[in-house]
Design a protein around this ligand. Sequence first.
Ligand code: SF4
Length: 434
Amino acid sequence: MKKESVFIETYGCQMNEYDSDRIINALNATPTNVAENADIIIINTCAIREKADHKAVSAVGRYNKLKKNKPELIVGMSGCVAQLYGKKLLKDMPYLDFVLGPRGIPQIPKIIKDIRSENNHRPIETSMDVQDVFDITPYHKKDKVAGFVSIQQGCNKKCAYCIVPTTRGSEINRPINEIISESKYLVELGAKEITYIGQTVNSWKHNRLRFPSLLDNLQEIDGLERIRFTTSFPKDITSKMISSMKKNSKVCKQLHLPVQSGSNKILREMSRTYSIEWYKQRIEMLRDEIPDIALSTDIIIGFGSESEKDFQETMDLINLIEFDTVYSFKYSVRPGTPGEKMKYHVPDNKASKRLSILQERQKEITFKKNCDNLGKIIEVLIEGYSKQNRNDLYGRTTYNKVVNVKNINDSNIGKLINVKITEATQNSLIGEQV
Ligand code: SF4
């Protein structure tokens, strides 16, 4: 029987990308990049900010037009927006065929079968009771140098601004044997680097094992050259974790550690459970053990009662730590979160102004840090052809910096090579193989 072809438009984080690949495997379908060729179209949505959630809803409307010429086409919505609004989506969009929350992915073959066999059946699967969230491994492309493996679903933290615990449920940690076997499978397909993903990845635990032991075990996988993980939660950084990062040579010298604000008052309102002193101390511990570690963070501007003084404290932190990269956003109220009930709100124009001050300063820091690499010889794992020039290849350093390598043979894809850095731009480095 001919496999159905599926087109998935994915919004949001790596977790959503991973879920889209799980949907492909759950359906045993052929992925296509052309919506017009698909038998099934799925919009895999993100609800973390209001903008992303609107974008996803308008995408459904766009694909509905294709149904006019192809009535058997199924258009569904999955992901966090689907989980959040459930039935309302089916009511508001009569052309939407199904709604599927992140935990419902194993149910998708049944959903499609039911739609095909019953007229006007529009299933909705948003149950949170599902525990077998790791039953479906994702569709992994062959010869992809860098891949992802999920080690955790959901989140037990209760940050006041965040929709994730509502849309993805509480934390479920994946057993180590499953993590290792999916990793080995990826390596067999050609992966040299794996990023292990979870909402608070370093809080991973299973039976008596904790995250540092997981890293020790991953280090032993033959053929795997590099290990990354994201996203870490500051309160779960332990000295054992730092020692494990240091001693395991495959663990990249890079950490994404969202701080969200430099003000203790705002961190309390956010229910982040750590103080800024705690955060700074963890950074010191990391830099003491791994001096050249690259650090990135997330910052939310304009949350709660953020005053000029609170904002200045965030700027002080940015200037003190000099992160390699900062992902910064204006706070966006999410339905059903504690933040929605807060009486304080920073006016939008004030928040926009603060955001642009922060982003301008961070641009300078990032550029300066990129320039610090000029003349250095750095190891780069080559991932593929450069987007700017097909004669060049691109890869990443252990510090997660993108490097475009000039005039180099494509037999180097998948290899670790030494590159002399000759130019630095705002977002990447340029160099030559040595
Ligand atoms: S740690 Fe906080 S911000 Fe991160 S997913 Fe959990 S609740 Fe959301």
